[in-house]
Every structure is written in C-alpha cells, then in structure tokens.
Design a protein around this ligand. Structure first.
Ligand SMILES: Cc1cc2nc3c(=O)[nH]c(=O)nc-3n(C[C@H](O)[C@H](O)[C@H](O)COP(=O)(O)O)c2cc1C
Length: 224
C-alpha cells in the first residue's frame, strides 16, 4: 500500500515507441486502475533507459541470498515491494515477452528477492500480463500462444515467485492489417481497415483492454 493508503499498481510498459499501440494500451489500463482507486507507478522501461542485459553485478550468487545487487536493481525491487498489483503491458514477440521485459525480470526478480526464500517476499501481490499479439483472433495459432504464455508467465514466473494470483490477458488483432502464416509458412496479409471500420477496430481493442483490467480487479480476494 502507498502512504496515502490507496493501493498501488506498478504498470510496466515494455515498448520502444511511446506512440505504439502497446503504450496506448498501457495508458488505458492505468486510467482504468486509477479510476478504481489505485495509485499508479508507471514504469516505462525504454523511456527510463532500463538495460535488459544481465551483468556481473546483478547475477545471482547461489551461496548468498542477501547479495547486494546494483543500486538500479534495488530501486526497481523497491517499486515492486511498494506495489499491490503489477501490470505488465507488452507486445508478444515469438510467443513470449520482448527482451526488454524479460531482462527486467531476469535482473530485478532476482534470487533472494523474488525467489529462493521459504516465505516469498512477493506473496500476496497480484499480477496481470497484458500481451498484444499480431495474430488474429481466428488464427489457429492463438490457442497455443495463450497456453504457452499462461504456462511461462503465470506458472513459470509469477507463481514461482509467490504471487497470489497471475492472469494473462491476450489482446489479439494488434496489427493494422490482418495476417497469418499458413501450414507451408506462406504469409497472407489482408487489407487494413479504414475510416469507421478502423475506429471500431480500435474501440474494440480498448474495450477488451478495459475488460481484462475489470475482470482482474473483480477477482481480487476479499480483505481478511
Ligand atoms: C520480433 C517480433 C516477434 C513477434 N512475434 C509474434 C508472435 O509470436 N505472435 C504474434 O501474434 N505476433 C507477433 N508479433 C507481432 C506483434 O505482437 C505486434 O506487432 C504488436 O503486438 C503490435 O503492437 P505495437 O504496435 O504496440 O508494437 C511479433 C512482432 C515482432 C516485431
């Protein structure tokens, strides 16, 4: 909880362009969280110059759970500790998170902090992953993509680190022009929507974003 006792949402944006659909979606999600009473800590990894490359200073020391990592990483750890919910917004790259977000997890969700303790420090926190994907909703690839993201992110990362809840919201149809690859690897690209159709497409994208946030908030366990 933040000092003014409203809950805090750490909204992590992993995109290199501030005018991207991902950044827009992050702002949408943040506005919805704010309207629900959350204080927002917006962490734009690229704008803040976060370097996703692991380095010797932040490499785990398996013999020392109390290792002092870099100052930068400790500052990021504090932002996670100060948050009640963490919402990561990212483009799906190769059915996973982009390197920028993966590097933040590798370096910051480190041994002794996020895992490696009998009682996880992140226990009780909740996580929402909002992944924007170019695949269309009717692309057969979408089903497997959702599964692989849920297993990797919710089980492999958030669950492993003791988060009490982790949800993946997959936002399909993030490309301007619908495209899919057939069984032979041939790419088929459709026409971009224009005018009112395009407006409707983006309105629907926003609607799905808000729905994921609302469903996530509705899942919040009642206070003890
Ligand atoms: C390196 C790279 C890998 C991608 N991998 C996938 C993928 O595995 N599945 C998918 O549906 N879209 C994939 N895409 C499409 C992106 O998810 C899509 O372009 C992005 O979500 C659009 O949001 P943006 O405009 O904010 O970048 C990939 C794009 C790039 C650049």
């Amino acid at each position: 909880m933040s000092q003014n006792s409203s809950p805090t949402a750490l909204v992590v944006v992993a995109h290199h362009r501030s005018d991207s659909l991902t950044a827009h979606t992050a702002r949408r999600a943040a506005a919805r969280l704010q309207a629900a009473g959350y204080h927002i800590d917006l962490l734009d990894l690229h704008a803040e110059g976060f370097d996703p490359r692991m380095n010797a200073e932040d490499q785990p020391d398996w013999s020392n759970r109390e290792k002092a990592y870099s100052k930068e990483v400790h500052a990021h750890m504090q932002r996670i500790l100060d948050a009640d919910v963490v919402v990561a917004v990212f483009p799906v790259y190769w059915q996973s998170v982009p390197a920028l977000l993966k590097g933040w997890i590798d370096r910051v969700w480190n041994y002794g902090f996020a895992y490696g303790r009998s009682k996880p420090r992140l226990a009780g926190k909740r996580m929402l992953w909002l992944g924007l994907a170019g695949a269309t909703a009717d692309d057969p690839i979408a089903h497997g993509m959702r599964s692989v993201l849920e297993v990797g992110l919710s089980e492999g990362i958030a669950g492993y680190c003791g988060f009490s809840q982790s949800t993946v919201g997959l936002l399909l149809d993030a490309e301007e022009r619908p495209q899919r690859v057939d069984a032979q690897g041939n790419l088929h690209v459709g026409d971009a929507a224009v005018g009112a159709e395009r407006e409707a497409q983006y309105a629907d994208f926003d609607r799905r974003t808000v729905q994921f946030v609302d469903d996530f908030l509705a899942d919040e366990p009642a206070a003890a």
